[in-house]
Design a protein around this ligand. Structure first.
Ligand code: DGL
Length: 278
């Protein structure tokens, strides 16, 4: 039966900017949907924190979204939260919640030809073993090589993303050496910040298929809305509202870049919230 409130917004959150890679894909796949985004810029990065802290932050993030908007679904556009807190978020909230792990793993399983798959993600995501377990549950014969890349998130947050810049290039060469040696033909970018480093990663691993978690999560959301007849009946374009937990100005500029807005389009409006109060 169709959802009576199909025009409710979709909530999306991440520790910072990275989840905007999912927002870009959602806006292109589902242009009529209204979105509300929270980026926890005051507490980024999550990926070097304990599981307990990540779960506490994630509970506050979703409480903020659901207290601000009657969301019909939430996309956890963060590999670190998906790996460490998705079970808890699903138990405590009565709406569909999409994480990035299962969609990315299914895409990697479809893409690989030699069954040899690499995963790069934040240290806490790699420590959780979540991607690896999900891949081996798909096919126990997969060979999986995991690598934590702690410096990638600060590089992205600070705009060091060009393939010809020696700083991200050398960092990527160091982190990706074990993936190169493993002979993986497919690499899951297990953190939603990493698609911004795609050019750098592809320069180091030219023959490897990259799996973009934000893109796959957006595909999974589109499928869910269609199967449950939850798509908004309103005409595009939908609205996007952005909230952060620190200074909004820098985020507005970065969001405009991430979302591919032209120079003539106004910067998105970004409001600051006190996330500790949620
Ligand atoms: N973008 C997030 C992820 O997918 C988190 C990065 C971080 O805060 O460390 O893992």
């Amino acid at each position: 039966m169709a959802d009576k409130n199909r025009n409710r917004p979709i909530g999306v959150f991440d520790s910072g900017l990275g989840g905007l890679s999912a927002v870009r894909e959602i806006r292109s796949l589902l242009p009529a949907e209204d979105l509300i985004y929270f980026g926890d810029t005051g507490r980024v990065p999550y990926g070097t924190r304990s599981r307990e802290t990540i779960r506490r932050y994630a509970a506050q993030d979703i409480r903020f979204l659901l207290s601000h908007a009657d969301c019909k679904a939430v996309v956890v556009a963060c590999g670190t939260v998906s790996a460490n807190a998705l079970d808890m978020l699903r138990e405590n909230n009565d709406i569909p919640i999409i994480g990035v792990i299962d969609p990315a793993v299914e895409a990697a399983a479809r893409a690989t030809k030699n069954g040899n798959i690499g995963i790069i993600a934040t240290p806490s995501t790699i420590a959780s073993g979540a991607y690896e377990q999900a891949l081996l549950a798909q096919n126990p014969d997969f060979r999986v090589t995991s690598q934590a890349c702690a410096l990638f998130v600060p590089l992205v947050e600070n705009g060091f993303v060009d393939a010809d810049d020696p700083i991200p290039r050398l960092t990527a060469e160091r982190y990706l050496a074990p993936i190169k040696e493993s002979g993986a033909d497919t690499l899951i970018l297990g953190c939603t910040h990493y698609p911004l480093l795609s050019a750098v990663i592809s320069a180091v691993l030219p023959d490897v298929t990259l799996i973009d978690t934000g893109y796959e999560a957006a595909q999974s959301l589109a499928k869910l809305l269609s199967e449950r007849e939850m798509q908004t009946p309103t005409a595009p374009p939908g609205t996007s509202r952005f909230y952060v937990s620190d200074e909004p100005q820098g985020f507005a500029h970065a969001a405009s870049r991430f979302l591919g807005l032209s120079e003539n389009e106004p910067l998105p409006t970004v409001e600051r919230v006190n996330i500790a109060a949620y």
